[in-house]
Design a binder for this molecule. Structure first.
Ligand code: ADP
Ligand code: ARG
Length: 350
């Protein structure tokens, strides 16, 4: 479809509730339709996914880092709305003082939290995002990342497994165990996220699979720390130590006002998603479960990730906002919310 056809489809949709539909007005469309980023990225690449998938909640991706400025008329209101901020300013990175964290295990009883995970996304300086990336760019980024990963020591040291050559059985097992990504997200597919699949993609992990890095999934890099149980402090410290080591070798795209830039506007800022798989059968059976999560700025997802279902009352619950607050604040927002969620679940057991 051409840009005009995509736009007409979005414009005539009556039941589309995406942020793209809300903020791409005819005036803004006219203003942006001819614009291009330096590496040739266009509005079409940004809105293709949201126009093809009218059930999207956001509906836009950045064709490359510059898109956040070139297409700011539509990007900025979407960023403000999703992250619930009045103005677009983002604090300098602040991971807090790791020796003085005022949280530890969020569920010492082990009854509610199955596992804890914190991830960030990072984009390499000098490369576009998926729709403007070539096969060679993906291979170059993979090489750069793998070189940097070799510098990790101690419990962060591990091995890189490219997707090319990985058996289907191994891929399935790693995916079922919540470690690996796949190519099944319709929105990401429309946005060019699976172009040249599986070339340049892969996963790195340590011996215990508590530290992992995804290469060229939605973002150039996803840096992940996870483990069984509710010890958020251990998970967070491991992640921060890894980020600090990788930063010595790699240069990541960072914007004065918006923080770290990622392919999807929902991740911009800290790019941090701290989640627990938590058993809340009673609370999740309440009609207002989503609103309760929303009240604490939390987002519930199914156990196999975004757009999947819950199994046995277990939900993936994480901080929704990533922009306009620091990394440690995002983690604290999730921590406070999860403590409340567990308290509410307990109160329903009585
Ligand atoms: P993200 O954008 O953070 O990568 P997804 O929703 O795509 O999120 O999930 C990626 C994978 O991480 C999925 O397999 C999901 O089940 C897994 N996951 C997320 N949070 C947790 C958690 N707290 N414990 C175990 N696995 C998790
Ligand atoms: N583009 C999709 C939508 O608008 C996903 C948005 C957030 N998820 C993500 N993986 N970036 O619904």
């Amino acid at each position: 479809m051409s840009l005009e056809e995509l736009w007409n489809k979005l414009k005539s949709a009556t039941d589309c509730k995406s942020l793209l539909k809300k903020y791409l007005t005819p005036e803004i469309y006219e203003k942006l339709k001819g614009k291009k980023t330096k590496c040739g990225g266009t509005l079409k690449e940004c809105i293709q996914s949201g126009c093809e998938n009218l059930t999207s909640s956001v509906g836009i991706y950045a064709c490359d880092p510059e898109a956040y400025d070139v297409f700011s008329d539509v990007m900025h209101p979407i960023l403000k709305d999703y992250h619930k901020v009045k103005e677009l300013k983002h604090p300098a990175p602040n991971f807090g003082d790791l020796s003085k964290l005022d949280f530890g295990d969020l569920d010492p009883s082990g009854k509610y939290i199955v596992s804890t995970r914190v991830r960030v996304g990072r984009s390499h300086q000098g490369f576009g995002f998926p729709p403007t990336c070539t096969k060679q760019h993906r291979l170059d980024m993979e090489k750069k990342t793998v070189e940097a990963l070799k510098t990790l020591q101690g419990d962060l040291a591990g091995t890189y497994y490219p997707l090319v050559g990985m058996t289907k059985e191994t891929q399935k097992q790693l995916t079922d165990d919540h470690f690996l990504f796949n190519d099944s997200d319709k929105c990401l597919k429309s946005a060019g996220g699976y172009n040249d699949w599986p070339i340049g993609r892969g996963i790195f992990f340590n011996k215990d699979k508590t530290f992992l890095v995804w290469v060229n999934e939605e973002d150039h890099m996803r840096i992940i720390s996870m483990q069984k149980g509710g010890n958020l402090a251990e998970v967070y410290k491991r992640l921060v130590n890894a980020i600090k080591t990788l930063e010595k070798k790699l240069t990541f795209v960072h914007h004065d006002k918006l923080g770290y830039l990622t392919f999807c506007p929902t991740n911009v800022g800290t790019t941090l998603r701290a989640s627990v798989h938590v058993k809340v059968p009673k609370l999740s059976a309440q009609a207002n479960f989503k609103e309760i999560c929303e009240k604490f700025n939390l987002q519930p997802r199914g156990v196999d990730g975004e757009h999947t279902a819950s199994v046995g009352g277990v939900y993936d619950i994480s901080n929704k906002r990533r922009l306009g607050l620091s990394e440690i604040e995002a983690v604290q927002e999730m921590r406070r919310g999860i403590e409340e969620i567990i308290r509410l679940e307990k109160s329903l057991e009585k």
